[in-house]
Design a protein around this ligand. Structure first.
Ligand code: ADP
Length: 290
């Protein structure tokens, strides 16, 4: 692991008028480099950086964290201290370090309940006033009045066109997708546009030292809450207490379990567009049923 670039450390110290000590690399996510740093003024900080062309990635992440932070819940959302792009096009984001603790008896239930509270933040339309990213891929948030229209156009069709450009799905699936689109209004309930984290899997939350859930690395938009709940099932890591907590605050509509796979088609398609392999075959199997 290379250490934090000198020019990045200098920039942070001058932006924030502080000195950092005890800088050490930590294992980051799949995309960025990460480090922990200490400052007398700010305490422990978590730094992400990345030398890439998508220099607005961290700007979008900051906007997402701010929306989540303004959601009026008891979830821990890391406070952002600084972000920007260096002359050599290294993007960076400095935020509060979330010290990981362990889950208490009530942590999972509380997490579920607070997520339902987050979802009670509403917008007029599905989507968002700006596009952002899902992993490394662009995420289109063009607004629609209707959930199914948003899901079809901005989630599935958008990723299908990326898949076509990258040769990740055969064009012969086009007809199956069209057939599926016609069926969706009868399958998916018209939920109101809720504030969603947008990328809530087991790797994007942890419990802090008080046993309270902290969520980070969002891909925020307003959409059907079923979309968020479905993704929590894709890789597991959420307990039955979590779902009980959620439903104690805002029960789900009947038949949700049967719809999970269709919502997760989006995440299967993004994973196929990023990593290929078995994700593509799973997409084909689901869509070929239509
Ligand atoms: P990436 O954008 O590269 O996927 P993430 O934001 O998901 O990176 O962070 C990678 C890992 O770093 C997370 O799984 C988590 O364990 C840890 N992490 C993320 N944010 C913080 C934070 N504010 N404080 C401490 N650890 C964090």
């Amino acid at each position: 692991m290379t250490s934090i670039p000198d020019n990045l450390l200098e920039q942070l110290e001058s932006d924030l008028d502080t000195r950092f000590a005890n800088t050490r690399r930590v294992s980051g996510g799949s995309i960025n480099q990460a480090a922990r740093l200490e400052s007398e003024e700010l305490g422990s900080c978590f730094l992400k950086w990345n030398r890439s062309d998508d220099s607005d990635m961290f700007v979008k992440e900051v906007r997402g964290l701010e929306l989540l932070g303004a959601g009026g819940t008891e979830l821990v959302i890391p406070e952002v201290y600084d972000h920007g792009v260096l002359d050599d096009s290294t993007g960076y984001l400095l935020m509060e370090f979330i010290e990981e603790g362990s889950a208490g008896k009530d942590s999972d239930r509380h997490f579920g309940q607070q997520l339902a509270r987050l979802h009670q933040n509403r917008a007029e339309q599905h989507g968002l006033d700006h596009d952002n990213y899902i992993g490394r891929l662009p995420q289109s948030n063009t607004q629609h009045d209707n959930w199914v229209d948003f899901f079809v156009q901005e989630r599935i069709e958008y990723q299908f066109s990326i898949a076509r450009e990258r040769g990740r799905l055969p064009s012969s699936l086009h007809q199956n997708f069209q057939n599926m689109y016609r069926r969706l209004p009868d399958i998916m309930p018209e939920e109101p546009p809720s504030l969603l984290h947008g990328d809530l899997w087991g790797g994007n939350y942890s419990y802090d030292i008080n046993g309270t859930a902290a969520i980070y690395d969002p891909a925020v938009y307003y959409g059907s809450r079923e979309m968020e709940l479905a993704f929590t099932h894709m890789f597991g890591g959420f307990s039955s207490d979590f779902y009980r907590g959620y439903e104690s605050e805002w029960p789900l509509e009947d038949g949700f379990q049967d719809r999970i796979q269709l919502y997760n088609l989006y995440h299967l398609m993004t994973h196929n567009n990023m990593f290929g392999g078995h994700y593509g075959r799973q997409v084909e199997r689901i869509v070929q049923r239509f």
